[in-house]
Design a protein around this ligand. Structure first.
Ligand code: ADP
Ligand code: ASP
Ligand code: MG
Length: 429
């Protein structure tokens, strides 16, 4: 029987320089002849660098071209290390840079729209380089432009996938190349509207792209290649003594990632769960190690797991005339919350007030407060952290609270959530 397709996703860290691109190729050497769709992010921190170009352009500082030049040089340097001075990939990259230069020549339009036109370039560049390198290593690879496949609405920077059209595009465009025995390589994070304007799916959205392809192609499995051994009990950058979790259920994974376990984008889980596709989180530095397997049928006693979400704001909303915060107020407030695209992570209400903890993104919190100020008194506290502990043990919760001011606390079943901030340091005179 013909082998079933698998989907691999390589994130920014796994393609951060020429050496890592060689490492990716060595992982793929073991997949020779297997049907594989590969989704790739922008190299290293290039998405952040491209956000820098956008800011300069939008603020008309005259420095956008200078910042872009650094990004160009970075990619040319990588190509130089992989291909030497002469190779068709340089022309291919130049075509992409010309596209962005046209955008920079124009007057800035809407911020979110401009964002997607500029920032999407990171994935186009990384995939062009990787495809050229794989082909040079006799790994026949077809590069595809995800913007011709992933159809979205026009919610720039956070676009929603139009599933029916996307599914038809995936099947029509990907399958013939797989049947020809080629790897198919495409970009994570990006898509386009019906009018062919580029959109992005939200920061760190490449995992989600891989899940979209997995869903549409009924993949046998999906693997995301990371700079960690697998899903750990907490972010190893923030905590010591973390351990790898070998098996995790979709439910556990969606809860952890929704509340900040940044190892997987939270939107990734639904499409693969809906088709019962196993998700592997594996280390690109140690590809033969087992990693973490995420499936439906995990019957496990989980250890405590911690997720941290930074940049939280707490809003205390109270009625001006001392009337109760009743259902009609709630309805109105939630309509505004949805309109201003706030994400509520925790909430609590008393007789005349309502507290919410939300992700503090751009100007959204201020805009929301402005929109409801006629009827409500609003105070905002920024710079908070939300910690979610699943399968908590009391001593762990107590230790996490040390030297912190606790602003809100919730306990429900096996989960504790804390919104907190550092106690300001006071130094004795
Ligand atoms: P990429 O963009 O290269 O795909 P990310 O940087 O988005 O990868 O995700 C990997 C990072 O996720 C790790 O380096 C780690 O710091 C962080 N992380 C957060 N929570 C966890 C967790 N529970 N387990 C493993 N890594 C985690
Ligand atoms: N390059 C995009 C980002 O850094 C998408 C991704 O890496 O998943 O947000
Ligand atoms: Mg990433």
């Amino acid at each position: 029987m013909a082998k079933k397709l698998r989907v691999f996703k390589f994130g920014g860290a796994s393609v951060k320089n020429a050496e890592s691109i060689r490492n990716v190729a060595s992982i793929l050497q073991n997949e020779r002849g297997n049907p594989l769709l590969i989704v790739v992010s922008a190299m290293g921190k290039n998405t952040n660098a491209l956000e820098g170009v956008l800011k300069e352009h939008f603020n008309k500082t005259g420095k956008a071209t200078e910042v872009l030049e650094k990004i160009k040089q970075f990619h040319y340097q990588v190509c130089n290390e992989l291909f030497g001075e002469k190779h068709p990939v340089y022309d291919d990259l130049n075509d992409t840079f010309v596209e962005i230069e046209w955008v920079l020549d124009d007057e800035p339009e809407g911020y979110d729209y401009m964002y997607d036109q500029i920032v999407s370039v990171g994935e186009l560049l990384s995939t062009k380089i990787l495809a050229a390198y794989l082909n040079s290593q006799e790994l026949p690879t077809q590069w595809l432009d995800a913007r011709g496949i992933i159809r979205t609405d026009e919610l720039y920077r956070d676009a929603w996938v139009q599933w029916e059209e996307t599914e038809a595009n995936v099947k029509a465009q990907v399958t013939p190349h797989l049947e020809n025995g080629k790897f198919v390589l495409t970009q994570g994070f990006i898509g386009s509207t019906a009018d062919n304007n580029t959109t992005t799916l939200g920061r760190e959205g490449s995992d989600y792209t891989a899940a979209i392809f997995s869903f549409c192609l009924n993949a046998e499995s999906m693997s995301i290649w990371k700079d960690v051994e697998g899903v750990m009990t907490a972010d190893p950058r923030l905590f010591d003594q973390v351990t790898k979790i070998d098996k995790l259920s979709y439910r556990e994974a969606i809860e952890m990632t929704y509340y900040g376990a940044k190892v997987i984008h939270p939107k990734t889980i639904k499409p693969i769960q809906n088709k019962n596709i196993p998700l592997y989180v594996k280390s690109y530095a140690n590809p033969s190690a087992e990693g973490t397997m995420i499936t439906s049928d995990v019957n496990s006693n989980y250890p405590p797991m911690i997720a941290v979400e930074k940049n939280q704001a707490m809003l205390n909303i109270s009625t001006k005339d001392f009337s109760f915060v009743a259902e009609h107020h709630m309805k109105y407030l939630f309509e505004k919350i949805s309109e201003k695209r706030l994400r509520v992570n925790m909430m609590q209400n008393t007789a005349i007030s309502f507290d919410i903890c939300v992700n503090d993104i751009d100007e959204r919190v201020k805009d929301f407060a402005e929109a409801i100020k006629e009827d409500f008194e609003v105070t905002i506290e920024n710079g908070l952290e939300l910690i979610t502990i699943r399968h908590y043990q009391k001593p762990l919760v107590e230790s996490l609270k040390q030297n912190k001011i606790i602003k809100m606390e919730h306990r429900i079943r096996e989960t504790v959530q804390l919104v907190m901030k550092e106690i300001p340091m006071m130094v004795r005179k």
